[in-house]
Design a protein. Structure first.
Length: 318
């Protein structure tokens, strides 16, 4: 019997750390985390104002003439509302990354008017491609979480919070006779599911607040949100796995006509999303490694199939 162990923080502890981060709004800040395999000394968490990007690549020999490769790249930008992340692992290794942002804001109107309730909506669309090698004797796992919190900002953190969350968990073990595979998705709150399968998902997290702007007032009370996206991937016994969420993960805000946003940072959603050029998130070396894990069918073909048969589902789970 083969025993597989993973040192360092477990996914449960990593999720607990991420949840603690969400307890308080850090207005106008982004956070990126990369944790490589034991011995890599990479890389920890960086919290920065407005925007940050980090890339990591590492290789090492884990058995005679057998090499492991791992890497990740994450970024977050309040000005565009974009969050990106991607990672790969092969051989006997794993990597965890998290990218997130926090902001506080008020809803304003140019002129004072009668008191009224308005609906303010925050949404985040996330599209991701989990992938792994299709042949061989190995164990692999992918766990990913996207979480949005939106509520009133106070000195003690968020109150009256509306939460939406998506979890994608996929693991496979072909080291024994017959092999085993497990796949589950867990939506919580208002999650719009465009498409969901083992190796592709396209979902949108939604959170709406009804806000009252008083008679003669020109701005609302202070509101805040936290959002993070993470992935924890692991490969053993020579397997290979990757997770690519560098396509669309963008925070979007919807307001009634005549109302505007005033953010604490002054930059939130002030810049248009740049046109796709060269993503270059993982660099040339890791791109070559990722080719090894790619399924025989292209992403484009898979997305075309998903589009052809997709149905829109809305999950509103307590």
């Amino acid at each position: 019997m083969t025993t597989r162990t993973r040192q360092g923080l477990t996914p449960a502890l990593l999720m607990a750390a991420a949840a603690l981060h969400l307890s308080t709004v850090h207005a106008g800040q982004v956070q990126v985390t990369i944790n490589g395999s034991p011995g890599s000394l990479c890389c920890g968490t960086v919290t920065a104002p407005q925007a940050y990007e980090r890339t990591y690549n590492h290789s090492f020999m884990y058995a005679p003439l057998q090499f492991a490769y791992e890497g990740a790249s994450v970024s977050a930008d309040l000005a565009t509302g974009l969050i990106k992340g991607s990672s790969y692992a092969s051989g006997s290794t794993g990597v965890f990354w998290l990218s997130g942002m926090s902001e506080e804001f008020r809803i304003t109107r140019p002129l004072a008017g009668p008191g009224e309730f308005i609906n303010v909506g925050l949404s985040v669309r996330v599209e991701a491609d989990p992938e792994w090698q299709t042949t061989g004797d190995f164990f692999e796992s992918i766990q990913s979480t996207a979480r949005l919190e939106f509520g009133r900002a106070t000195l003690f953190g968020l109150s009256e919070v509306t939460t939406a969350q998506w979890r994608h968990i996929w693991s496979r073990d072909t080291s024994g006779l017959g092999g085993t595979e497990s796949y589950v998705t867990i939506p919580t709150g208002n999650v719009t599911i465009e498409s969901a399968s083992e190796n592709f998902f396209d979902i949108t997290l939604n959170a709406t607040k009804s806000i009252f702007i008083g008679d003669g007032a020109t701005e609302s009370a202070l509101f805040g949100f936290n959002f993070f996206l993470n992935a924890d991937i692991y490969a053993n016994l020579g397997g290979g796995v990757s997770f690519d969420a560098s396509h669309t993960a963008r925070v979007m805000l919807s307001l009634p006509p005549g109302f505007e946003l005033a953010s604490a940072s002054g930059v939130f959603l002030t810049q248009p999303v740049p046109l796709p050029a060269s993503l270059g998130l993982l660099g040339a070396a890791s791109s070559l490694i990722l080719v090894r894990f790619r399924r025989s069918s292209s992403k484009g073909a898979r997305r075309k199939d998903n589009d052809r048969g997709r149905t829109r589902l809305t999950s509103c789970l307590a």
